[in-house]
Design a protein around this ligand. Structure first.
Ligand code: F6R
Length: 231
């Protein structure tokens, strides 16, 4: 899955060196980022004109918190490749005024037109970004309340006595669906039900990822375990 996903990104970067990429965090894309760093080290890809927009960030977490997605992105990718600092966009989850940060993020995105390739993971409840079940599909970047299921899943990466954030700043479904191409990644049996519901079930806001059935350019990269529940 990671290699297939990295190849899709590499092809995008080669064919359009100034591409705008939408990027996820989480466990799923770790191998994809490792593969991209490896390709970069071998001189196969050049990120010097690439622009990136991250999907989401916890709101709020202190700037030095190890779980910030900001830190994840630098550790997994940006510290190792040549994306120019000024081309990197990640929502600021440390601000007082979350709504203002969402508007700023949307305006920044509009400056670049549209995302060429949006990469997504999927939650066990079918969320994409942090668009939880029931979220309106017309939203752009917004502050979302994390569902109990999502908070339980996210708790894996927080210390036992530490509260998991209740909210996040996330691109909305409208932002995601506006991307020219979308690639959905999923690995592991815990995701099998959500992947099957997203790709083969009814198209409904109760399964946010099911909206992807409406996208004309969707690539799905899965491991075997994640496709276990396919009809
Ligand atoms: C992260 C994001 C989330 C994750 C999803 C799966 O930026 O947008 O939707 O993709 O929660 O997370 P993992 O990969 O940790 O299972």
């Amino acid at each position: 899955m990671s290699q297939a996903a990295a190849r899709v990104i590499a092809r995008q970067v080669l064919s359009k060196p100034d591409s705008v990429l939408g990027l996820p965090t989480g466990e799923t894309p770790i191998g994809m980022y490792e593969t991209l760093v490896h390709m970069y080290d071998q001189g196969l890809i050049d990120f010097s004109r690439i622009v990136t927009f991250n999907l989401d960030e916890y709101y709020t977490l202190s700037p030095d918190h190890p779980n910030r997605y900001h830190r994840y992105m630098y550790e997994k990718l940006f510290m190792h490749v040549n994306v120019p600092e000024g081309n990197i966009h990640i929502p600021d989850g440390g601000v007082q005024d979350g709504e203002a940060e969402c508007r700023r993020y949307d305006e920044e995105l509009v400056r670049y037109g549209r995302i060429n390739l949006q990469v997504l993971g999927i939650g066990t409840n079918g969320h994409i970004g942090f668009n939880e079940p029931g979220t309106a599909w017309g939203l752009t970047t917004h502050v979302s309340d994390l569902s109990p299921e999502t908070r339980e899943w996210e708790a894996r990466s927080f210390a036992e006595d530490e509260p998991v954030p209740r909210r996040a700043i996330t691109m909305g479904i409208k932002t995601i669906m506006n991307a020219e191409q979308i690639m959905l990644l999923a690995s592991g049996e815990e995701k099998a039900k959500a992947v099957a519901a997203a790709l083969f079930g009814p198209i409904t806001p109760q399964v946010p990822a099911s909206v992807l059935q409406l996208h004309p350019q969707l690539t799905v990269a899965l491991d075997k375990a994640a496709e276990e529940k396919f009809p």
